[in-house]
Design a protein around this ligand. Structure first.
Ligand SMILES: NC(=O)c1ccc[n+]([C@@H]2O[C@H](COP(=O)([O-])OP(=O)(O)OC[C@H]3O[C@@H](n4cnc5c(N)ncnc54)[C@H](O)[C@@H]3O)[C@@H](O)[C@H]2O)c1
Length: 290
């Protein structure tokens, strides 16, 4: 989506961190921005900051885990700005803990926000973006944890791999449509994610102080400026860049994982169980995403 001026952007998790960085970058580029977040006060502050600078912005409270709320948010966005061209499925929370021992409520919480939140965004917004024919863009925030598993974060990794998979498929399915897409895979960024439990919903155990498991606020503070990520996402949208990596020094993570996967093919080529067995060959036409 080269020409963003005057277009309408909806950003989940827009009140803090990278979502706020995107809101600032998109608004400065002339977009109309709907800041959506589960936390009302910071969302209002973010929108006030933007309107105070003369940009067009509004805010709404939404819990991305609830599809009906996302549909209502989509309606409010169109009622406010006339149309919607861009959704950033960015709201996310951090949960640390191993898959087999992580508290089940936290497991459900991280899946509901980080995975179902993205699905709900696609369901509520993509039909609206496609409906006006002016084109648009869908971006979702995954993580480097969607490219290679972080130790001690199986549930978080599961959601972020899922987001990468959904967006790769989305891109292939819509290659010929007037809608581009991207997946953001940040390294460490100096946001408030270390205190994700500040707004954990009652059904998952309620609000709590940041735990000392996982990445601390001090470590996180050494990360990239979230406003720079916001500007990078804008640049990627304008240049139709699908994978958005924020830290080139982490390239080796993907190289190492790819080597390990290919080793599995080398092993399969010589494994006894497959010797002489008939193979289906290429996958049935059209199934493979390119
Ligand atoms: N900070 C990092 O180092 C890092 C690295 C990789 C990926 N990420 C991802 O970046 C995204 C943005 O997180 P951030 O780091 O800016 O953290 P952040 O905590 O600063 O911002 C996340 C925002 O999402 C909102 N949110 C949480 N649950 C919500 C819900 N149910 N509905 C609506 N909004 C909700 C929060 O209120 C908050 O404003 C997340 O998807 C996160 O997983 C962060």
């Amino acid at each position: 989506m080269k020409d963003v001026k005057g277009k309408v952007a909806f950003i989940t998790g827009g009140a803090s961190g990278m979502g706020l960085g995107m809101a600032r970058a998109f608004a400065a580029a002339g977009m109309k921005v709907m800041v959506a977040d589960i936390e009302a006060e910071p969302a209002k502050r973010a929108a006030d900051e933007l309107t105070g600078k003369g940009y067009e912005a509004a805010w709404l409270q939404v819990d991305v885990t609830k599809l009906d709320q996302m549909h209502a948010a989509a309606k409010k966005t169109v009622d406010t700005f006339g149309k919607v061209h861009l959704i950033s499925n960015n709201a996310g929370i951090g949960v640390f803990g191993m898959s087999e021992t992580c508290d089940m409520r936290n497991w459900h919480w991280v899946v509901d926000v980080n995975l179902w939140g993205v699905v709900h965004g696609l369901q509520a917004f993509v039909p609206l973006i496609l409906s006006h024919g002016e084109g648009g863009h869908v971006t979702s925030t995954a993580s480097m944890a969607g490219m290679a598993g972080l130790r001690g974060a199986g549930p978080y990794n599961a959601t972020k791999f899922a987001v990468v998979g959904i967006m790769e498929t989305f891109a292939a399915e819509h290659r010929k449509d007037n809608i581009s897409s991207s997946v953001l895979c940040p390294g460490l960024v100096a946001t408030n994610i270390a205190s994700s439990t500040r707004n954990r919903q009652e059904e998952y155990g309620g609000a709590a102080k940041a735990s000392d498991k996982g990445i601390s606020a001090t470590e996180l503070a050494k990360g990239l400026n979230p406003d720079a990520v916001g500007r990078q996402v804008l640049e990627a949208i304008q240049e139709n860049q699908f994978y958005i990596f924020t830290d080139p020094s982490l390239r080796h993570i993907i190289e190492t994982r790819t080597k390990r996967i290919l080793q599995g093919y080398d092993w399969a080529a010589n494994c006894k169980a497959l010797k002489g067995e008939k193979q289906a060959g290429p996958l049935p036409g059209g199934l493979l995403t390119k």
